[in-house]
Design a protein around this ligand. Structure first.
Ligand code: ADP
Length: 459
């Protein structure tokens, strides 16, 4: 500032001096006036250059000037640069924020105070059938026409969420969405959507499961309490009493089997998959299955004039890595089903096969009634039965195949089912090669591991 004052006075003095030299006092006055005018014009020119640049700073670099104007231009340039940096930083933050919302598994729609869409992520677009570009500034109420949403949106009571069908929902593939509006700012709304199909299905499955278990237990319980009443109210002779007690024992056993199967299933679901520490020889499993099957067949058809042909192929010199009790339960369930559903004059074949890729297959083939193709995909669902009364008659719980499939999957394998109505069925457990190793059966006379108690033989 001082420098500017000194320069201004110097210009005046020089101009005045020049005027005085030329024309004395009047010349000095004219020189000083011209000097001041020159100074003023120069100032005006610099100011105009700065203002022209300020009007459009993008057009070029800031004008290079000395003195006060130069400093003003420099400060403006620095201010602009700081602002630009701030804007690009906050733009970066906004983009990162939007990318994070984009990555969210939940749908997000930002609505303004008039209910117009300001922004939505791809998940919300897929859930609600919106176009994230084309539908901006459109009324949400005009685009989401589901009656549940329309009523909820119009109610202005957004303290709870509502569940509605998703845009891609079909009868075969239902999609359930949970939708909630959250008011914020001045009348603005945040719309959140969540795919709850899996939750709704799990809930429905839980309800079905509880209903099925209650139903399965209620039947024997009703029969049991009927017998108790009869025993209490009627004077029965010894023979009748014994017959009633035997019938009661059968019902109690049925409940016991059901509870056992339920506990097995819950253990399978609640424990980690078996590791590779325990190796169960195929011949042990084969022997246990044979023992179970023969006991069950004798119990069911012992009194029949013809007897089932149970053909057990010799187990290979192999062992399976897994949980012995689980493997036995899965195999026994398949064998017991074949025995129960095959008539006395039929045949059941139990075989082992090492597949070319190293996997080990345990198969049970019967000449029973077979199963119609439409039932096959649902057969391993809990409590799914083709013939309810046939299953109950023979002591079935409807959980055997669910257990077998679960065990197979826990061992990295699968349950395969093939059947032709009227000809028979084939159920097979296939285990991965990584769980199979060679293990030679002991010679006859050597001590074999004792088979465990037969769980399903009572069926
Ligand atoms: P259950 O205890 O009723 O036998 P499972 O889960 O073991 O229950 O089997 C489910 C249903 O599959 C059975 O109710 C039966 O209808 C059918 N099923 C299973 N095995 C056979 C088979 N070997 N032959 C014919 N039907 C079978």
């Amino acid at each position: 500032m001082l420098f500017r004052l000194v320069t201004f006075i110097s210009v005046l003095l020089l101009a005045g001096l020049a005027g005085w030299l030329l024309d004395g006092i009047p010349g000095a006055l004219i020189g000083t006036t011209l000097g001041a005018g020159f100074w003023f014009l120069m100032d005006l020119r610099r100011g105009r250059r700065l203002i022209r640049w300020l009007r459009d700073p993008e057009a070029g670099p800031a004008p290079t000037m000395f003195g006060l104007w130069g400093e003003a231009a420099d400060r403006c340039r620095r201010l602009f640069r700081a602002r630009e940096l701030e804007v690009s930083e906050s733009e970066g933050r906004l983009q990162a924020f939007l990318a994070a919302i984009q990555a969210s598994p939940n749908g997000v729609v930002i609505l303004d105070a008039q209910g117009l869409i300001e922004w939505c992520n791809l998940t919300a677009a897929a859930h609600l059938g919106l176009d994230p570009q084309r539908d901006l500034q459109q009324q949400i109420g005009n685009l989401v026409r589901d009656p549940v949403f329309a009523t909820y949106y119009a109610s202005h009571d957004y303290g709870h969420e509502v569940t509605m069908a998703g845009r891609d929902s079909t009868a075969q593939r239902p999609v359930q969405l949970s939708v909630q509006l959250h008011p914020y700012g001045e009348g603005r709304l945040l719309l959140l959507t969540r795919d709850v199909t899996a939750l709704a299905q799990a809930d429905a499955m839980r309800r079905d499961f509880v209903a099925n278990v209650s139903h399965e237990i209620r039947t024997p319980l009703t029969v049991l309490s009927g017998f108790v009443e009869t025993l209490q109210s009627l004077a029965l002779d010894e023979g009748e009493r014994a017959r009633y007690l035997a019938l009661m024992a059968t019902q109690a056993e049925r409940m016991q089997t059901l509870v056992d199967d339920l506990l097995t299933l819950s253990r399978l679901e609640g424990t980690p998959p078996p590791g590779f520490f325990e190796w169960v020889p195929a011949w042990t499993l084969g022997a246990q299955c044979e023992e179970d099957a023969r006991a069950l067949s004798a119990m069911l058809y012992g009194a029949s004039s013809v007897q089932q042909a149970l053909v057990f192929q010799d187990a290979p010199d192999l062992a399976l890595a897994g949980a012995a009790n689980e493997l036995r339960s899965a195999m026994s369930n398949l064998v017991s089903n074949a025995v129960r559903y095959t008539p006395p004059d039929g045949r059941v074949d139990i075989a082992w096969q090492r597949l070319p890729d190293g996997r080990l297959e345990f198969s049970v083939t019967d000449t029973g009634p077979g199963i119609a193709p439409e039932h096959l995909p649902r057969l391993s669902e809990r409590f799914y039965r083709v013939d309810r009364s046939r299953s109950r008659e023979s002591g079935g719980t409807g959980l055997g195949l669910a257990i077998a499939k679960h065990v197979a999957q826990r061992h990295g394998g699968e349950l395969r089912i093939a059947s032709t109505p009227g000809q028979g069925s084939r159920f097979a457990l296939v285990f991965p090669g990584s769980r199979v190793r060679r293990e030679v059966a002991p010679e006859p006379g050597d001590a074999w591991p004792a088979p465990e108690a037969t769980r399903r033989s009572a069926r």
